[in-house]
Structure formats: C-alpha cells, structure tokens
Design a binder for this molecule. Sequence first.
Ligand code: LLP
Length: 442
Amino acid sequence: MDLFCYREGRLWCEGVAADELVGRYGTPTYVYSHGTLVHHLEELTRGFAPVDPFVCFSVKSCPNVHVLRALVERGAGMDVVSLGEMHRALAAGCPPERIVFAGVGKDDAELRAALLGSTDPAYAGPPRPIAMINAESAAEVDRISRVAAGLGVRAGVAVRVNPLVEAGGHAYIKTATHASKFGVTFDQCAQIAAAHRGSPSVWVRGVHVHIGSSIATADPYEEAIRRVVGLVERLGSEGTAIDHVDIGGGFAADYTTGQAPAVPTYAQRVVPLLLPLRRRGVRVMLEPGRMIAGNSGVLLVRVLYVKRSPEKTFVICDAGMNALLRPALYDAFHFVWPARVGPEHTPARRERAPEMPGLVSVDVVGPLCESGDFLARDRALPPVEPGDVLAVFTAGAYGMSMANRYNSRGLPAEVMVSGESSRLVRRRETIDDVIAHELGAG
Ligand code: LLP
C-alpha cells in the first residue's frame, strides 16, 4: 500500500499533485508520504503484535531527520550503524533507550556515544546507554568492555550471528552466507558469552541476526529463527540468559505491484517460533528499513532531451545514478512513469512490461558521463517530451541515502507530504555546497 496514485491523469502524493510539488520545489526532488511511512510501521507492529515487537527503523534506508521523527513520534526505535546515524536518531527525538547500534567496524568514539547516549564529544552528564550494541566480533566485544570500563558502565550487548541461510534479492545484499563479513558463528558466539560471563563492563544479553535485504519469502526467516532459538537455548544451558532477540530487517517492498508479501505472510511463520521466547520475557526486536520507507518515497526528475539513435531512444533527465544509484549498482528495477498522462496511460499497476496502446521503448538515463547512468532500460513508456516530469517509484529506501555528488552535482531536495500540505525537509544543494569543504576554494 502507498499513497501515490494517479487521478485524472495526474500523479498525486496524498492530497498534493506531483506537478504542483515540482512547481514549488523543482527537480530532482525526493517526495515522501508521511501517511505511507506511518501506515507501514503500524502494519508491521500489528502483524507481529503477539510478540509485542520493538520495531527499530533502519536509519540507513532513509535517514532524513524528518522521516525519522515521523516514526519516532509513533513509537519506533532506531537501528543505527554510525555516529552520524546515531546523531540523526537523537536529533529526531529518539531516546537513547530506543536505539540499537549495529555494524562491523565501530570505533571508540561510536562506542562511547552509544554508552553515554550522546554524540557530543564533550558530553559530561550521566551515562544513558542505548538499548543494545549489536556486536559483530569477539574483538569488538573486548573493545566495548574496555570503553565501558573507562566510563564505569555495563554495556548491554547482543552478538550478531551468521545463521548461514541463503536470502536477499542481490549478491551485494546477502549477509548470511559463508562469504559474508557479518556476524560470528554460533560457536564463536558461545565463546564470547562465556568469556564475558559475570563481567562488570559487558552484559551479553542478546542475539542478533540480519539475513539480507529484499527478502520476498518467509522461508529464510523461519530457518534462521529456528537456529537462533536453538542458540538461545544452548546459551541458556551454558549459563548465559538471553533476554533480547533481534531478527533484523530485510522485508521486501513493492517495486512492482504485489511483489512484496503482506506482513502476515512473514508473521504467521515467524511469530509461533518466537512466542515461547516472548512468554519467557525475551524482548523481540525488528529492524525494517525498505519495508517502511521503500514505497513511501518517489524521486521526481525532469526530462531535458529525447534523443534517438538508430538503435534506441534515450530519455535524458536531470538526474540519474547520482540521485538514485540502485539501478546502476544492482540493476534494480524501479517503475518509472510520467507525472502527467492521458487517460489511456493511467497505470493500474506498477509492472515491468505494461501493455497499453502507444507506448514506446526507451532508456531513461541521467546527465552523467558514465554509461551506467540509467534509471530504467528498455522500458515501455508513454511518449514524453522535454520539460515533462517523470516519477521514479519505490525510491524511498536507499534512494537519497545512497545519493552522491558525482560529476559535482548537488544532492536533490527532499519534501514531506502529509495530507494536503507539503514542506521542504532538505533543501537542494547548491554548487557552493558542493565545493564548500574544499578549503580555500570558495
Ligand atoms: N539491519 C541491519 C543490520 C542491516 O544491515 C540492514 C540493511 C537492515 C537492518 C535493514 O534492511 P532492510 O529492511 O531495509 O532490507 N543498499 C541496498 C540495501 C542494503 C541493506 C543494508 N543493510 C539496496 O539499495 O537495496
């Protein structure tokens, strides 16, 4: 479900037409639907209600502070992977107790911030540790222990394990294979727990898994969680009581209509496995990113030229892989459609190969000097002209967060729509912004 739809030939985000947004904010612009963000969060929370889930939004998927705030206000926690993301979560009003911190390479400054609940290097108040540090190696837990001892606190740690299940929409987003840098083996987890049992500075109390991203079936979750439940039993029998189980994120989004399973499809298989733990007081955590943010955002771009070669027609837009890297990086599919269309071209579904009269096959490309700079290839679109606006759908997750300044183009603007109102939540970068950090250049 999302609140982007066509009415009378115009694309609307909730109660605001896309062409009005372009008139007001220009292009390229990311547009987020507040109602869609909140809907997805609530749907997930409802689906997993029997285990009373603690849902931590994966900040990396869509880190704008205003997006985070919309979710924090509805009770979400935040899953962060850097000092910067933690800074954003706090800026969005997320209490430290609702933050979890993952990532294979945390440094002392990040661990200190996690244990103090502040990203301010000069912070001198009482420690307010975050909910959980999800540690990824024995050496990291040793480091946590050292930093925590220095601060006089006891760090709550979940060990990320690799359950060795095959899942994830693309080789680059699989995280639980033998070749993966993430997590530790179950035996290593048991060794870490044993090494720190009774430690005044580290409390190994959680197990964390994240098996990949864009996972459109419940099967790998079921397999991974069965293994994790077995590990929790084993750790218990060895003297480590686990009271937090974090099952990560990875739930799919609808890049094409109906592609992503509904939340109950996952929940029906996973909840029964987790219920016995929940009944023993274990807190169940989830870290969704794409499932909440993916369909909550579109990228609006403007057509600059339509260029025909003997082989192909190129629709050249004012943004490409700089604004949305996913097609170039993963060959990812995003549905692209004009923001204004005739009645015969109103899309009933978002699909790979729509069949309607009068469509033409085109490559939708950006302005960058790079052949991989495309948003869509060999795509049937209604005829477009320079000046037309195209919407790139399901761009809310890993869109703006992976945007870059390649070819010295500033980052796009971001706009939040709620009902009939819209507001700029990140201004478009200027060319002065682009060179601002190059000392003495301005
Ligand atoms: N938790 C951890 C530890 C993660 O590493 C990730 C994503 C998530 C949660 C959220 O996963 P999600 O629910 O969004 O699938 N750039 C890629 C996706 C990389 C995902 C990285 N980790 C893309 O554009 O598809």
